[in-house]
Design a protein around this ligand. Structure first.
Ligand SMILES: Cc1ncc(COP(=O)(O)O)c(C=O)c1O
Length: 366
């Protein structure tokens, strides 16, 4: 195995906390134990169940409409993705083969596939078509040894949603080709299930990954959930035997309490996200230097700047001169855009950040 680095995360960690006005984060405002009606005394520090903390598996199964043996609990969505890649690309099944990831995309996923030795190729999710999946491109790039296709829903970086028919088409490809499709759905619950359905529901080869970091405001817990067929989930737990052995029981207990209040947490998230997105929309659509694909919901957007700027240098310039953090599109495979995250900022702060952005993209020397 070779670990050549998760480039986006390195950049994000190095830049974390540098700017007073940070649009770099893609999380929601943190939720407190009091908001979950929980005190630390309610949280047992016991040893857990052999394969995943039972009460969390039970509530996750109920909430997401699967059976408990189809639930894998991992260390964040990040941990779930990594374990899923290990489970799909296991050499024992004929070598790691070929993996298709979307571009632009959350490149941490591509980077996390590489240590397993798979050939990683990208297929297009183009700006010009509203960041819909380019199925012609995807199908053209399928190879006999393609083991896995990886996409995000909502799309990171743009916030675009997969439509139900796109999810069905992915499931049909998985079936016809005999590969797996993993859909990272950490932002999906900003939308209703009917607007954009959970991938796992549309076919046996589909894997859904979600977590409590984004919509649910519990980033620090490091709890992620993966939904797949029971045999695949068992395989994931076999892989965890090589890692930490199990998740943190107190963390999983808090996550279970949070999922018991899932409806309330989703409402809270949508109530924060909708006005923040409206504010971003007002700025982006009023600025002749910007264009975008308006996301339907959520806390991230990916406007394009209509000036030939080096967006990596722009991010540094905005940080230095405007005390403003944005993430360059280069880190998602699409220079010329920046990703803005607006789930953390209070309304006045967000206004100020957007004003600074407007000024900064004009002031940046070419
Ligand atoms: C698409 C996507 N998946 C996973 C993660 C990480 O989630 P977690 O904090 O649950 O590991 C992120 C964080 O930015 C993300 O954007």
């Amino acid at each position: 195995m070779r670990f050549d680095g998760v480039h986006y995360l390195r950049w994000a960690k190095e830049h974390q906390g540098r700017a007073r006005y940070a649009l770099t984060c893609s999380n929601m405002r943190p939720v407190t134990l009091a908001e979950l009606d929980l005190s630390l005394d309610d949280v047992a520090i016991a040893s857990g169940d052999p394969d995943g903390y039972g009460p969390l598996k039970a509530v996750a199964a109920e909430q997401f409409g699967v059976s408990p043996d189809e639930v894998f609990i991992g260390a964040g969505a990040t941990g779930c993705n990594f374990v899923a890649f290990a489970a799909v690309l296991d050499e024992a099944d004929g070598g790691p083969g070929h993996v298709l990831c979307e571009t632009p995309g959350y490149t941490c996923l591509d980077d996390a596939v590489r240590p397993f030795g798979a050939a990683v190729e990208t297929f297009a999710r183009p700006y010009d078509t509203g960041f819909t999946l380019d199925f012609d491109d995807l199908k053209r790039r399928l190879r006999p040894d393609t083991r896995l296709v990886v996409v995000t829903n909502l799309h990171n970086p743009s916030g675009a949603a997969l439509r139900p028919e796109e999810v069905s088409e992915l499931a049909a490809i998985a079936e016809a080709h005999g590969c797996r499709v993993l859909v990272d759905e950490v932002y999906k619950d900003f939308l209703t299930e009917s607007a954009s359905p959970m991938a796992r529901r549309s076919g046996g080869r589909m894997i859904s990954v979600t977590g409590l970091s984004k919509v649910y405001g519990l980033t620090g817990l490091r709890v992620g959930l993966l939904f797949a067929d029971a045999a695949f989930v068992r395989r994931c737990y076999r892989i965890v035997d090589y890692l930490a052995g199990a998740n943190s029981v107190p963390g999983d207990a808090i996550a279970a309490a949070a999922l018991r209040r899932r409806d309330w947490l989703m409402e809270r998230a949508r109530a924060v996200a909708a006005p923040a997105l409206a504010r971003v929309r007002a700025h982006v659509e009023a600025d002749e230097l910007l264009e975008w694909v308006a996301p339907p919901a959520g806390i991230i957007a990916f406007p394009r700047i209509r000036r030939p700027l080096d967006t990596l240098a722009l991010a540094d310039f905005l940080e230095r001169e405007y005390d403003l953090g944005v993430t360059p599109g280069d880190l998602f495979g699409l220079p010329g855009h920046v990703r803005m995250g607006f789930g953390l900022a209070e309304p006045e702060e967000l206004e100020e950040a957007l004003r600074r952005f407007r000024d900064g993209i004009r002031a940046m020397p070419e």
